[in-house]
Design a protein around this ligand. Structure first.
Ligand code: ADP
Ligand code: MG
Length: 582
């Protein structure tokens, strides 16, 4: 018998319910409003009183309305057909634009239950399997999609029968398994999973040890992100968070892209729906949407749905990771998620932490980031979720709680600087403040030694040192004047400018410049460092400035189209020759 209850109080989306039976934390319930069922989640239980957060407007709700508890938490439906979909935070499939504005109490099915999929079995009758083992495969678009033993199956099962190769719906039985007691269970191609519980069916989760190539030079060259790693991009409005995330989605060496758009306004959601399908898959030339899932919030969804969306996105990521895929999960912006947490916590009248955020904000963010990672599956194959979230700190203040908490949770920090954005130095990632802790991992150093060249990380450290020295020199020149500092200060400053203009600045919208493969990044850094290694004997600062300006201008002009970029490399190459001859 399901627990039921009656509404006893309403404050905006927070509703208190008197219950007639057991209710658990995070359980889903449906509140009846004249036949319309409003979905809500239990966020607090106290004796027979439950506080529930309604996922939509509570307009018209009255004391005494009946509530039916569902005996499960907020779940996602997992199965073939997720790719190319636009979902909201509750996994309503927003297949058409009108659905962005779903009516109250209206929920759509996440997956198409009528579609036929070409199934091929992987297991054989008699084989022993456990949760998450691969039973078969269907082609989801052009990607192999594994049909797995449901993640909530406990213990070992024996395959009693498995469907022959052929066409099946996601609701058809594709295998019958028997457990140790000889009980039979039927498995379909679809399963459900509670979004706030990590899918943990893997052998182990080693520390990330590979680098994920993104084609973005300020990331790959200076502060690489690991496959299965975590990073975040804090930045004021208009500094390039979204552009950078789109570049990563298009270019990063990932199989599956999951984009969580948190708490965006309706017009921004429409923008994502129209922009994303136009993004091209730089690896295959096809539409990026074919291997993308978008999870977003819509303007008519209040706080609890906004809070849910990042979890829904992460769970979808974990599902594809269990198939042995490299997943890139992007969330823009996690500040809206944190704001949702704050609103909920405030309504519950919890003791507020800093700036009114929940006291355990840091723990919530950390445990979310901890769901990313590189895993070894039971069958020895591997899968990963690399997670990069943006943070939009109010007024660009990096000392605010969401940025500070995220800093503790994420291993890479790509801080966007207002100053760089104002100067149109894009991507505005601050080269001095940003970091990748992966460069401190011996296994990553080894990986780069093998992948790029021995001693690569030392080169990176040296490059960062030149940039830092250049910044210091710039400050001194500003204070003491052009003639007030030794000539070496000018040289240091201009060397760092050379690195800035040639390596760091990158036009995300340029066909060629937008994405640079790792071997080219090495080539470019080598050429630039070659110049930086030289000690020049300029007679005056103007000569120094003119020399480097000239160099930078030539490089910059030549960097923006294929033909010219070839020229650019040639030019730098020639320059190197000339320098060697001097
Ligand atoms: P945010 O999401 O931080 O508010 P956007 O990503 O929307 O900012 O970027 C704002 C604008 O900055 C873009 O419309 C674009 O003109 C410019 N921009 C940002 N990054 C780049 C880049 N890498 N290359 C070229 N232009 C950029
Ligand atoms: Mg943005």
């Amino acid at each position: 018998m399901k627990t039921t209850g009656k509404v006893t109080g309403i404050i905006s989306n927070l509703v208190t319910v008197e219950c007639n039976g057991p209710v658990s934390q995070n359980e889903i319930c449906l509140i009846d409003l004249q036949g319309v069922k409003l979905m809500a989640e239990v966020i607090k239980v106290n004796g027979s009183k439950a506080s529930v957060q309604v996922y939509e407007s509570t307009r018209g709700l009255q004391i005494g309305n009946t509530v039916e508890f569902q005996d499960h938490m907020l779940e996602v439906t997992l199965g073939p057909g997720l790719l190319s979909s636009n979902f909201d935070g509750l996994q309503n499939n927003l297949a058409t634009m009108e659905d962005v504005f779903l009516k109250r109490g209206e929920y759509t099915k996440a997956l198409d239950e009528d579609k036929l999929w070409d199934f091929t079995p992987i297991v054989e009758v008699g084989q022993q399997v456990v949760a998450a083992d691969w039973l078969g495969e269907v082609k989801e678009g052009w990607l192999p999609h594994k049909i797995m033993v449901p993640f909530n199956f406990e213990g070992t099962y024996t395959v009693k029968s498995v469907a022959q190769a052929g066409q099946y719906k996601i609701t058809d039985t594709i295998a019958t398994l028997t457990n140790a007691e000889g009980e039979e269970v039927k498995v379909t191609m679809m399963q459900k999973w509670p979004v706030k519980v990590p899918i943990g069916n893997y052998l182990e989760k080693p520390r990330p040890f590979k680098v994920m190539e993104t084609g973005v030079r300020c990331i790959d060259t200076l502060n690489p992100i690991a496959e299965g790693g975590t990073g975040f991009i804090p930045g004021p409005f208009g500094c390039g968070k979204t552009v950078l995330q789109h570049a990563l989605a298009e270019q990063a060496d990932a199989d599956i892209i999951i984009m969580a758009a948190c708490g965006e306004r309706a017009n921004e959601v429409v923008e994502i729906f129209t922009e994303f399908p136009e993004l091209r898959d730089k690896h295959t030339g096809r539409s990026l949407m074919e291997r993308t899932i978008i999870v977003c919030n819509t303007s008519n969804m209040p706080v609890a749905a906004r809070e849910a969306s990042v979890y829904t996105a992460m769970t979808l990521g974990e599902y594809y990771r269990a198939m042995g895929m490299k997943v890139l999960l992007l969330a823009d912006s996690t500040s809206r998620w944190a704001q949702a947490l704050r609103e909920m916590s405030n309504r519950l009248e919890e003791l507020p932490g800093q700036d009114g955020f929940p006291v355990d904000l840091s723990a919530i963010i950390s445990s979310f980031y901890a769901r990313a990672g590189y895993v070894t599956l039971n069958n020895g194959k591997s899968g990963s979720i690399t997670f990069i979230g943006t943070v939009s700190p109010a007024g660009g203040n990096l000392k605010e709680p969401v940025t500070e908490s995220t800093k503790k949770a994420a291993r890479c920090f790509y801080g966007l600087s207002q100053n760089r954005a104002d100067k149109k130095r894009y991507p505005a990632v601050d080269p001095v403040d940003s970091y990748s802790k992966y460069l401190e991992y011996p296994e990553i150093v080894d990986y780069l030694d093998n992948k790029i060249e021995k001693g690569w990380v030392d080169k990176v450290t040296k490059t960062k040192y030149i940039i830092r020295k250049g910044k210091d020199a710039y400050e001194q020149i500003n204070i003491l004047g052009d003639d007030g500092v030794p000539m070496s200060y000018h040289e240091q400053y201009w060397k760092s400018e050379l690195i800035d203009f040639v390596i760091l600045q990158q036009d995300a919208f340029d066909e060629i410049d937008g994405s640079t493969p790792l071997d080219r990044q090495k080539f470019m850094l080598d050429l630039v460092l070659d110049i930086c290694d030289r000690s020049f004997k300029f007679d005056n600062f103007e000569e120094c400035m003119n020399y480097f300006k000239n160099l930078i201008n030539t490089c910059r002009q030549m960097n923006y189209s294929e033909y010219q970029s070839e020229q650019f490399y040639k030019y730098l190459g020639q320059l190197k020759e000339e320098l060697n001859h001097e």
